[in-house]
Design a protein around this ligand. Structure first.
Ligand code: ATP
Ligand code: MG
Length: 571
């Protein structure tokens, strides 16, 4: 492709509203443009990268035995009513009515549609297992779309769904997909990590996320320094030291205006780890719908709400209002578990803790000397605290470390969660009707494009891994002489004939501008043809991030072909 013919609207400066490096560089280098909040145009260069990502994903999924299909973006709401997710999914599911008044939604994921399809076609165990996937546009009405392609409302996902006659077969496919994901991210040359994860609104009993490690990542990952344990902090469990302080009788103490753990600790000259923090929530969904719950962790810990939601088998929890707190006998800022007329859940780290300071459920008053097993009856202990760096690993006791990650994929062993409600049935080997068991596997194709740039960049611009670059080679003509353009065109055509993807910068721009643009765009290899070199019969060859050397003009094409394996893409 000739540069002057290609739509690459580069920007000289960083766009003001772009916070992370991938968003800045993809805008500056003319790969994407924003249409509206969380919705983007993929310009020609951006689309080429997406196609490269998709090509690798397709190749690896085909190798793994999955088949591609394409489902619609518009989904009838009846299917979501049938699966029971219509209410559960919440406002991220964009719902609308067509002219006939039929309720539909824009697909944020496709469990319902695929189950509906398979339930109508599946007859016998002989058709199983099968794994069907698509690469398709999703819509999730995210509350805060941000960071460019990282958290869009409209985005591209690869989603695969497998169906099996039994759980052993599902587990084998789960392992197959897990290994396939590792191969895909390795081919992209990414530093990534699979971690144990929470099922979110998709659900399932076994699930792993794949995270690209980057400071800008929205997720926090806990991993052990001594063994292979790694989990999203939404799910990670770990141990902290038992907090036992000298403990006398339970006493009240005046703490005027001290409502935060830090204020109370400072006032009483105790560490925040001696405080017991009580948070009051209203539960939505499940058996405890509408119930007010008090959840306790130590003063220097954070409560992980996702763990609380799971402990309650709820859909969501919301902080109780001051009025709701008072209906259970508490006062916001001075709440303690003693005597509260609410369900009390305590973090496991509080079992046998002694000498703690807690709210007294009276204004401006706390209690000291709280002995959890002596003073608190009918409380339940569960894992509620968020794992912190320096905790001990539950598997091996070594120190836990934390890193930030960008979730680029997730695999789920769903079991019969959807197949039961959606009636995906088949006749088993014994001739009986049975419910199929299911897995699902997603990769964020458009998020991956941003995640790659987060890891692969320098001060000058993007540095694409070879498999993902929009073009394999940037051919740059320096100088305006006819000889340079003629020699460049000859090389350009020979490279095209050899199947190399070349972006030929034949513009009438100054060398500085051309070099800057080439760096910004991030093509892996460059070939520079200039007047001076041409007279001596040489051209300059270089890598985006590496050495440059002169090679004979006559050898240049063969050397390039030798160094760049043709990707098979046409120009
Ligand atoms: P997140 O926790 O980041 O909201 P998720 O766990 O809800 O994501 P999944 O349902 O697991 O997402 O979807 C599969 C993949 O789709 C994710 O691993 C991610 O790479 C991608 N993805 C999800 N939401 C978005 C989004 N808003 N924008 C871009 N990609 C997304
Ligand atoms: Mg996920």
């Amino acid at each position: 492709m000739r540069y002057s013919k290609l739509f690459i609207p580069t920007l000289r400066d960083d766009p003001a509203d772009a916070e992370v490096i991938s968003h800045k560089l993809l805008l500056r280098a003319g790969y994407i443009r924003r249409v509206t909040s969380g919705v983007y145009d993929y310009l020609p260069m951006g689309l080429r990268v997406l196609r490269k990502i998709e090509a690798v994903v397709r190749e690896e999924l085909t190798r793994a035995g999955a088949q591609e299909l394409l489902m619609p973006m518009v989904q009838p709401s009846e299917l979501w009513e049938k699966s029971g997710r219509m209410e559960k999914y919440g406002p991220e599911l964009l719902r609308f009515k067509d002219r006939h008044g039929h309720e539909s939604c824009l697909g944020p994921t496709h469990e319902e549609v695929i189950c509906d399809l398979v339930s109508r076609e599946l007859r016998s165990y002989k058709q199983l297992p099968m794994n069907l996937y698509q690469i398709q546009t999703k819509f999730r009405d995210e509350i805060r779309p941000r960071f460019g392609l990282m958290r869009g409302r409209e985005f591209i996902m690869k989603d695969a769904y497998s169906f099996h006659a039994d759980d052993a077969c599902l587990n084998a496919e789960y392992d197959n997909m897990f290994a396939t994901y590792c191969r895909i991210f390795e081919r992209f040359n990414l530093k990534f990590r699979p971690v144990e994860a929470d099922g979110g609104t998709i659900g399932g009993n076994k699930t792993h996320e794949f995270h690209v490690l980057a400071e800008s990542g929205e997720d926090l990952i806990a991993h052990c320094s001594g063994c292979d344990y790694a989990a999203n902090v939404e799910k990670a469990s770990s141990q902290r030291a038992l907090q036992t302080f000298e403990c006398s009788a339970l006493q009240t103490v005046d703490t005027p205006h001290a409502t935060s753990a830090e204020d109370v600790a400072a006032l009483l000259s105790v560490p925040t780890s001696q405080l017991l923090k009580t948070l009051v929530y209203r539960v939505t969904g499940g058996e405890n719908d509408g119930v007010i719950v008090a959840a306790c962790v130590l003063g220097d810990d954070q409560l992980q709400e996702i763990k609380l939601i799971h402990a309650l088998a709820a859909d969501a929890v919301e902080m109780a209002t001051d009025e709701e707190v008072s209906t259970v006998g508490g006062i916001t800022g001075f709440i303690g578990p003693q005597g509260l007329n609410a369900m009390v859940l305590m973090d496991n780290s509080l079992i046998d803790a002694t000498g703690l300071v807690a709210g007294a459920n009276q204004k401006d008053v706390h209690v000291t000397g709280l002995d959890v097993s002596r003073d608190l009856k009918s409380v339940s202990f569960v894992d509620l605290r968020e794992t912190r760096a320096g905790d001990s690993c539950e598997k091996c006791g070594s120190a836990i470390e934390l890193s930030r990650g960008i979730e680029v994929g997730q695999v789920f062993a769903l079991g019969t969660q959807y197949t039961e409600s959606m009636e995906v049935m088949f006749q088993n080997q014994e001739g009986k009707r049975a419910v199929a068991t299911m897995g699902c596997y997603g990769i964020g194709i458009s998020r991956l494009m941003a995640a790659v740039v987060e890891q692969c960049n320098d001060d000058a611009g993007i540095v694409w891994p070879a498999e993902l670059a929009p073009f394999q080679l940037g051919l740059i003509s320096m100088g305006k002489s006819e000889e340079v353009l003629e020699a460049s065109e000859a090389i350009y055509n020979q490279l095209l004939d050899a199947g190399i993807e070349v972006l030929w910068d034949e513009r009438k721009e100054r060398p500085g501008v051309k070099f800057k643009d080439a760096e910004l765009l991030g093509l892996p290899m460059q070939l520079v043809i200039g007047d001076r070199g041409l007279k001596e019969g040489v051209v300059e060859m270089g890598w985006r991030k590496g050495e440059r050397s002169e090679v004979a003009l006559a050898d240049a094409v063969n050397i390039v072909i030798d160094r760049l394996k043709p990707s098979g893409c046409t120009n």
